[in-house]
Structures are given as structure tokens and as C-alpha cells.
Design a protein around this ligand. Structure first.
Ligand code: AMP
Ligand code: GLY
Length: 427
């Protein structure tokens, strides 16, 4: 079977890589893909958010499955167009993708499904915004209701900054809304739940690092690194989150006539009062996927195909490699505010040909080829994934890999998985 992967980031490179390891997959097509997927798949240009264009591409290659990486095509209805066109597709309908597309609506679904989450108020004007901020008090959590490419959330002690971000969100249009939320304290965890509309199969837990600098300083980013497994997570957490969050949401979505087929990404804060949902996404997380899929042994196309077919109840239990995986994101100069493009990237060939290659692989995101030279073309340039016996060894190897890469002005965090590897995180 041929599989089409939609998207162009390191998450999609990780998906393509895992799919090529599945013996049921004869070829992977990545659209539009990147220079990394080009080495293992057939890259095809496409406007990923154009449902008809994606359908045409899927038909042209006679693919047996389409896997949609990013949220924008999902919200734009690409999965709907594919299913209506008779193409097997892993990814939710536009109606179900609203779980990510509107934070206010996600809160409504959570309330209906009795899912534990922070208290929140939806505001449509400046007065409501001010009242909500004053009633919750600092630290303030201010969220754009709609998709904002990782820039929608501001968490701050400063009321002025909270108001300023709230006003930016409200200025986006007549129907613009901003969500003010209770601050949730505690370590964060991400759980990817594979859903077929009825049944939920959880992958293993991961943790993401959102802030740009060490020690969780600086602005939020798309994610600067991730690791899996969460050695510190309380026993039974995955089952608990499936029982109290994912299954009730999947049931509620089915009840509403908008069944959820795809990844329900549950972003959690493990508070002293138990796990609380911070956010839902309707797709694999980036960079958590790079760590989680590096550990998954079960064939990925079989799993995602079963979800697309409504057949997860009959799927074999998942198998995992015993190793830990740590992913470090190498970002471009100026990321996240204004990433610089066009800087040469060197050292990759030596890395992939050297002894480290057995335990380290590099996934492309913001890269491009210019006259044979690999250059940066986006904020998050590469994901370097290290596998090891434990988090300590996995992170040592991942950092050895990152250090081998030359990118002028490039930067990465030096503390990905550090506290976990030292046993310093308490849930
Ligand atoms: P999101 O874009 O919803 O993933 O939010 C980005 C980041 O903001 C999260 O990973 C958290 O670190 C932080 N955040 C979001 N909501 C809350 C909250 N209610 N309390 C504390 N931190 C939050
Ligand atoms: N890693 C966070 C996200 O994918 O939204």
C-alpha cells in the first residue's frame, strides 16, 4: 500500500520514517514534504490546505491511506474531501477538528463530557476581558480562541501584558474571542490518543518544552524538544486519562454526530488535584511525535489504517522499544520572533555516516536545498532524536548529534529531559 503524508515539518518526517518501516507500506509520498522526506519518500508539491488538490494527489498516486499532519488542512476540511472521495484517511473532519480550532468550543465539549480542566471565561470585549483577568488574578492565562500557530497563549504575571495580548486576540475580527483561564500548576504531559470514532488506543506519554530558553524562560514556541517515556509519571496515568478524558470526549463527539477519527492530543497539567486538560489538539504534536514514534515498534500504517476503518477494537496491543528517546530542536537565529532564513547547514552527512548514526537520527523541518547546499528555511530547522537505554543516555546521544550540526546563529535548549533524567520531577 502507498501512504500519503500531508505536511512539511519534522513531525511529518517522523511519520514518513515510521511508515517506511511498516512492511505493509510499499511507498510513502510526502506532500509537500521537505529535503529530509525526499530521501525516504517521494515529495510532491501541494497546497496542503486545499481539499481538492489533496484529493487529486491521493487519486493520482492511488494511495491506500492518507495521514494528515498539521491542523490547518484538518480545519480546512481536507479529511472530509478525502472521505467523500472514497479515500481512506487518518485525521478528523472539519467539524471534529474544532476541538483544536476553537478553544471556547473545546471547553464546551469538555464541560458536556465532564472532563477535568481549568475554569475559563470566554470574552468578546475589553470590559469582559478586564473582569475575567481580575476575577482569576495572576498568573494570567490568556488564549486566542482560534488557531494561532503556537502564538495564541500568553501566561504572565503582568496584568498589562495579559490585557495587551487579549486585545490583540480581540482585534482579529468581529467574531474574535479570547479565553481567560485558571492557571494550572504542575508538570505537563502530552498523550496522543489514536481514535476511530468509537475506540481509543493511547500511545505512550511524552513531555514537550514550549519556552525558547533553558529553565523555561522566554516566549512560547512551537516546541523546543521532547522526550518519552515519562519515567516520573504516576502509575496508571495513561489509563486514567483515557477513562476520564479521551473516551468521554470521543463518546461526546459521536453523540453529537461528529465522530472523532485521528489523534486526540491531550495536553495535561498534572496538578496537586489530579490531571487537568490544558489543551486539545487534533493531530500529532510536534516535537513529541519525533520521540514517541522513535519508540513505537508496532507498524504505524496498520494502526492508523485501523483507526481510519473504525477497527481499533481489534488492533493488537501496541509494542514499544525498551529505549528512551530524546528530541532536541535546532532553531534558526532569531526564532521565535523573526527566524532568519538562508543560513547554510553543515555536518549532517558526517553525522549520518558516523558511529552515532546507530542511535541518533535527524529529522528535517525548516530546511531547503539551494544549489545543492542545505540551508535554513524556517524557525524550527531540525529535530535531532537520540535513543538510549535511559533518558540520560538518550539525551547524551541527542546532544552529541546536535553539537555536530553547524548552523550559523542556530540555537537549542541545553536542558531538554534534564530534570527528568535526574529524577527531579514530582507529579
Ligand atoms: P497551548 O498553546 O494551549 O498548548 O499553550 C501553550 C502553553 O501555555 C502550554 O503548554 C502551557 O505551558 C501554557 N498554558 C496553557 N494553559 C495554561 C494554564 N491554564 N495554566 C498554566 N499554563 C498554561
Ligand atoms: N508540541 C505542541 C504541539 O504540537 O502543539
Amino acid at each position: 500500500m502507498k501512504v500519503l503524508v500531508i505536511g512539511s515539518g519534522a513531525r511529518e518526517h517522523a511519520l514518513a520514517r515510521a511508515l517506511t518501516h511498516d512492511p505493509t507500506v510499499s511507498a510513502v509520498i510526502a506532500a509537500p514534504g521537505n529535503p529530509g522526506t525526499d530521501a525516504i519518500a517521494l515529495n510532491e508539491p501541494v497546497d496542503a490546505a486545499d481539499p481538492e488538490a489533496v484529493l487529486e494527489l491521493a487519486r493520482r498516486h492511488d494511495v491506500g491511506l492518507v495521514v494528515i499532519g498539521p491542523e490547518a488542512p484538518l480545519v480546512a476540511g481536507v479529511a472530509d474531501a478525502l472521505r467523500e472521495g472514497g479515500i481512506r484517511c487518518f485525521g478528523p473532519s472539519a467539524a471534529a477538528a474544532r476541538l483544536e480550532g476553537s478553544k471556547a468550543w473545546a471547553k464546551e465539549v469538555m464541560a458536556a463530557a465532564e472532563v477535568p480542566t481549568g475554569m475559563a471565561r470566554v470574552c468578546t470585549d475589553e470590559q469582559q476581558l478586564a473582569d475575567a483577568l481580575d476575577s482569576f488574578g495572576p498568573p494570567f492565562v490568556v488564549k486566542d480562541d482560534g488557531l494561532a500557530a503556537g502564538k495564541g497563549v500568553v501566561v504572565t504575571e503582568e496584568r498589562e501584558e495579559a490585557v495587551a495580548h487579549g486585545l490583540v486576540c480581540l482585534a482579529k475580527g468581529e467574531d474574535a474571542r479570547v479565553v481567560i483561564e485558571e492557571f494550572l500548576d504542575g508538570p505537563e504531559a502530552s498523550l496522543f490518543c489514536i481514535c476511530d470514532g468509537t475506540t481509543v488506543v493511547p500511545l505512550d506519554l511524552a513531555q514537550d518544552f514550549k519556552r525558547v530558553f533553558d529553565g523555561d524562560e522566554g516566549p512560547n514556541t512551537g516546541g523546543m524538544g521532547a522526550y518519552s517515556p515519562l519515567t516520573w509519571a504516576p502509575e496508571g496515568l495513561v489509563d486514567d486519562v483515557v477513562d476520564r478524558v479521551a473516551q468521554p470526549v470521543v463518546d461526546e463527539m459521536a453523540r453529537r454526530g461528529t465522530p472523532f477519527v485521528g489523534v486526540l492530543y491531550v495536553g495535561l497539567a498534572l496538578t496537586s488535584r489530579g490531571p487537568r486538560v490544558i489543551e486539545f489538539n487534533v493531530r500529532f504534536g510536534d516535537p513529541e511525535t519525533q520521540s514517541v514514534l522513535a519508540r513505537l515498534e508496532s507498524p504505524l500504517a496498520v494502526l492508523l489504517g485501523a483507526a481510519a476503518d473504525g477497527g481499533l477494537a481489534d488492533h493488537d496491543p501496541l509494542r514499544w522499544r525498551p529505549e528512551a528517546a530524546v528530541t532536541i530542536v535546532e532553531a534558526a537565529a532569531g526564532y521565535p520572533a523573526s527566524p532568519r532564513k538562508g543560513d547554510p547547514i553543515d555536518g549532517l552527512e558526517e553525522l549520518t555516516a558516523g558511529p552515532l548514526a546507530e542511535h541518533v537520527h535527524v529529522l528535517h523541518a525548516g530546511t531547503a536545498l539551494e544549489e545543492g547546499q542545505l540551508v535554513s528555511s524556517g524557525g524550527r530547522v531540525l529535530s535531532v532524536v537520540g535513543l538510549g537505554e535511559d533518558l540520560t543516555q538518550a539525551r547524551e546521544r541527542a546532544y552529541e548529534g546536535v553539537e555536530a550540526i553547524e548552523l550559523d546563529g542556530g540555537h537549542h535548549r541545553s536542558d531538554i529531559a534534564l530534570r527528568a533524567s535526574r529524577g527531579e520531577i514530582r507529579a
